[in-house]
Design a protein around this ligand. Structure first.
Ligand SMILES: NC(=O)C1=CN([C@@H]2O[C@H](COP(=O)(O)OP(=O)(O)OC[C@H]3O[C@@H](n4cnc5c(N)ncnc54)[C@H](O)[C@@H]3O)[C@@H](O)[C@H]2O)C=CC1
Ligand SMILES: O=C(O)CCC(=O)C(=O)O
Length: 419
């Protein structure tokens, strides 16, 4: 019988592979493997009908060796401690790969937010903030949006935390509304980073984004922004999907029209209709013939079975952990180039870093400046990864992990492990 997917086991497997490929001393593996702190909180919340429900929440702080813990907060019915541990590990690796002075953390609540009213969500978010208040802060651990959370969620966290501290604390979260100290460009940053990653890998083949056929799974913050930026940079987005299913058009979808449809009133793609557009399943999207496939939804989307059948030339991981370790090997054998999550979706945390810098220095930067700096950091990191590919004769994922592990372990070493 096939074993159930376990995200933490998956990330540990890839860490082990990278230590072998990069010939890294295994004596400190436990430090990289285990999070520094994992907290479970129970959150009593009054529902609109007067009943009380208790929700389970998490904050896992994987590493702060290179700077304050940093990472998003997810609201999802399948969220659990194990997934949050994996997501926090990816955050440490991501911040190290792109060399920003943050560690890694992740938070979450086991809840299907679609089943709650806006008031219930606000009360739940305030309870969660109250519960994790002792371990977060601008100089200790800085949450941000992830799946099913957004700038509104960050505004509630910011307000609750500031009330508890008796003063405005804008640096405690990133991804908040610009009006409350958010950074211009943060909302679209992860999607923009996915497009930058695609441009960089295409350049290696002497190609540009122009006319390239792209398929994107997930039409949320990451997928929708990536789709819009791909479209505006001359790529042809031929397929997109959300939880309800997907849309396909071989001549390219009208992303501006679809974005208006999806964001105005939170419609689902299954209800979108236009001439020349066909409805497809998420599986069909992942298997469609295209140049670049961008999984931007959840973990464990590309497994061994799909990896044998996928018909794209490149995979650029917008989501965290969309490809299993076993699928990775198959894709690599099939010559499909994969740009790994810990680099490809780093645009979000890079601009979160810019937001935090603006907050603690009471500065505001223009959007163009933010976008330019984002591209600069990602380009530099990409060439460092490529250099490691040459040295270690390995995939982009292995190279990114090796680079990140070395940086984390070097920080451990120069600090000295024991007081
Ligand atoms: N928001 C951010 O800045 C960052 C997000 N990420 C990662 O990107 C991924 C997506 O995050 P967001 O866009 O923020 O979430 P979101 O909540 O804004 O959007 C998620 C999208 O995925 C779709 N979806 C959910 N389950 C699906 C399934 N089983 N099949 C197909 N579509 C499905 C939803 O309908 C929605 O369109 C996650 O893996 C997240 O950890 C990574 C870096 C930063
Ligand atoms: O912006 C951030 O701090 C973190 C975003 C995030 O959760 C991620 O990169 O997975």
């Amino acid at each position: 019988m096939e074993r159930a997917y376990d995200p933490y086991e998956n990330v540990v497997t890839v860490l082990e592979q990278a230590m072998d490929v990069g010939n890294i001393d295994r004596s400190m593996f436990e430090i990289i493997k285990n999070p520094q702190r994992a907290v479970i909180v129970y959150l009593p919340v009054e529902m609109d009908d007067g009943t009380v429900r208790v929700f389970e929440g998490y904050r896992v702080q994987h590493s702060n060796i290179r700077g304050p813990f940093k990472g998003g907060v997810r609201y999802h019915q399948d969220c659990d401690l194990n997934e949050t541990m994996a997501l926090s590990t990816w955050m440490s690796l991501k911040c190290a790969v792109v060399n920003i002075p943050f560690g890694g953390a992740k938070g979450g609540i086991k809840v299907d937010p679609k089943t709650l009213s806006k008031q219930e969500l606000r009360r739940l978010t305030r309870r969660y903030t109250y519960a994790i208040e002792p371990i977060i802060g601008a100089d200790s651990d800085i949450p941000a949006p992830d799946v099913n959370t957004n700038s509104q969620t960050m505004a509630w966290i910011l307000d609750t935390y500031s009330m508890l501290k008796g003063k405005p604390c804008p640096g405690v979260v990133t991804g908040k509304p610009v009006e409350l100290g958010g950074s211009r460009g943060r909302e679209s940053a992860t999607g923009r980073g996915v497009v930058i990653s695609s441009k960089l890998i295409l350049e290696q083949m002497g190609e540009t984004l122009s006319g390239v056929r792209v398929a994107i799974q997930g039409m949320g913050n990451v997928g929708a922004n990536a789709a819009r930026i791909f479209h505006h940079r001359g790529a042809k987005v031929i397929a997109i999907s959300d939880i309800s299913g997907g849309l396909y058009c071989s001549d390219g979808l009208d992303i501006d029209l679809i974005s208006d449809f999806v964001t105005d009133g939170e419609n689902l793609l299954k209800d979108y209709n236009a001439p020349g557009v066909t409805h497809i399943s998420n599986r069909e999207l992942l298997l469609c013939e295209c140049d670049i496939l961008v999984p931007s939804a959840m973990e464990n989307q590309i497994n061994e079975e799909l990896a044998q059948k996928i018909k794209c030339r490149f995979i650029v991981e917008g989501a965290n952990g969309p490809t299993t370790a076993a699928a990775d090997t198959i894709l690599s054998e099939r010559g499909i180039n994969l740009v790994p999550d810990v680099f490809a979706n780093s645009g979000g945390v890079i601009v979160s870093y810019f937001e935090w810098v603006q907050n603690i220095q009471t500065l505001t930067w223009e959007r163009d400046q933010v976008n330019e700096m984002l591209e600069g950091i990602m380009t530099k990191a990409f060439y460092e990864i490529l250099k490691e590919v040459e040295v270690s004769k390995c995939s982009l994922r292995m190279a990114a992990y090796i680079l990140a592990i070395r940086r984390l372990l070097y920080a451990e070493e120069i600090k000295g492990i024991f007081p």
